[in-house]
Design a binder for this molecule. Structure first.
Ligand code: NAD
Ligand code: MG
Ligand code: MG
Ligand code: MG
Ligand code: MG
Length: 338
């Protein structure tokens, strides 16, 4: 079993007198900034001129600077801008202003692991990667709980990098739920695999395909939505609370029998083979290369087209109408991107 760290393992005093610059104020940025500030840290925010996030951060009582100005003041700089933009911003605005002896922090290992960012030897480099979306990192903190994290030390210049990473995780509220130590490599590969094969790519495609099969067979889209989309959350909540066992206990034996008989016909040996291929393409850098090229050479043309086509799918249209009748689903968080 991997060792898990909790609140009593961390020394928050290490943050005394330190200024933390959060670069980017999106999903993770706002959560890191507000949680660390509420934990008592001195937090500032770095954004580019014209970022929509600037107004939001200021409304939350934070001082906003340009990235360069924020980094100059910082003892700890956390890079929470989109992965595909980090290397350019690092080169032009972060690296020239990074204080020797300060710390550079990431929430995902991508740019360090694929060597798009190579920090100087005189800074600490660590990662604190929440295992959940930023808006939940914030919400759970305010509710007194937390989202677990994995953390890793890439470069220990001060001799205290490990303790600093744990203190940072404590300030995020993550040690209420637990922190697991990992490496930048393992976190990067596992995180990319999870989102591609299971959490997003796998699950979204499964929900959408199930919906299409029912609608193409003539069932009302509203029913198909409730069955293949809405109910997913209810089922996953039961798994989350008590494993597959609790979920199956809560469903009928008919459902449970169908689950055992049909599951392996949907996710087949071929699917598993394909998952292994996906993992290999992450490990050998093929996916990273394609994503960086898509951004740099192709101007995100495939990415933006896929985003638009998916947004136009009938499951999104019917879902929007049905959810409008369920006002309790609104949590007020604006998830729009800059
Ligand atoms: P995001 O897209 O939600 O937010 C990006 C922020 O960066 C915005 O505030 C934007 O204004 C700002 N920004 C963009 N370009 C900038 C620039 N040139 N200079 C300064 N600021 C700029 O990003 P995110 O999803 O929070 O991802 C941030 C990091 O966290 C990534 O490394 C990601 O892999 C990691 N992460 C994200 C999640 C998540 O919940 N979204 C979970 C775990 C890890
Ligand atoms: Mg993830
Ligand atoms: Mg990810
Ligand atoms: Mg049912
Ligand atoms: Mg049962």
């Amino acid at each position: 079993m991997a060792k898990t760290y909790y609140d009593q393992d961390a020394n928050w005093e290490l943050m005394n007198g330190k200024t933390i610059a959060i670069i980017g104020y999106g999903s993770q940025g706002h959560a890191h900034a507000l949680n660390l500030k509420d934990s008592g840290a001195n937090v500032i925010v770095g954004l580019y001129e014209g970022s929509k996030s600037k107004k939001v951060a200021e409304e939350h009582g934070l001082k906003v600077y340009t990235v360069a100005e924020a980094v100059k003041q910082a003892d700890i700089t956390t890079v929470l801008i989109p992965d595909e933009k980090q290397a350019d911003v690092y080169k032009t605005e972060i690296a020239p202003n990074l204080k020797p002896g300060s710390a550079l922090v990431f929430a995902h290992g991508f740019n360090i692991h694929y060597q798009q960012i190579v920090p100087p030897a005189d800074v600490d480099v660590f990662m604190v990667a929440p295992k959940g979306p930023g808006h939940l990192v914030r919400r759970t903190y305010t509710e007194g709980s937390g989202v677990p994290v994995v953390f890793a030390v890439h470069q220990d210049a001060s001799g205290k990098c490990f303790d600093l990473a744990l203190a940072y995780a404590k300030g995020l509220g993550a040690l209420r739920a637990g922190a697991l130590q990992t490496t930048f490599r393992d976190e990067t590969e596992e995180d990319l695999f999870g989102e591609q094969a299971v959490l997003m790519g796998g699950v979204c495609q499964l929900m959408q395909t199930g919906f299409e099969v029912l609608v193409e067979a003539g069932y009302p889209p509203e029913m198909a939505y409730f069955e293949c989309f809405h109910e997913m959350k209810l089922i996953v909540d039961l798994c989350y609370e008590g494993g597959f066992t609790k979920m199956r206990q809560s469903c009928s034996d008919t459902a449970e029998y169908g689950d055992y008989m049909v599951g392996p016909r949907i996710i087949t040996e071929d699917t598993k083979k394909e998952m292994k291929k996906v993992l290999k393409e992450i490990q050998d850098g093929t996916f990273a290369r394609n994503w960086l090229l898509e951004n740099k050479a192709a101007g995100r043309v495939n990415f933006l087209m896929e985003r638009r086509l998916h947004a136009e799918h009938p499951i999104e249209k019917v879902g929007k109408e049905l959810r409008a009748m369920m006002p309790w689903l609104k949590d007020g968080a604006d998830l729009s991107k800059d």
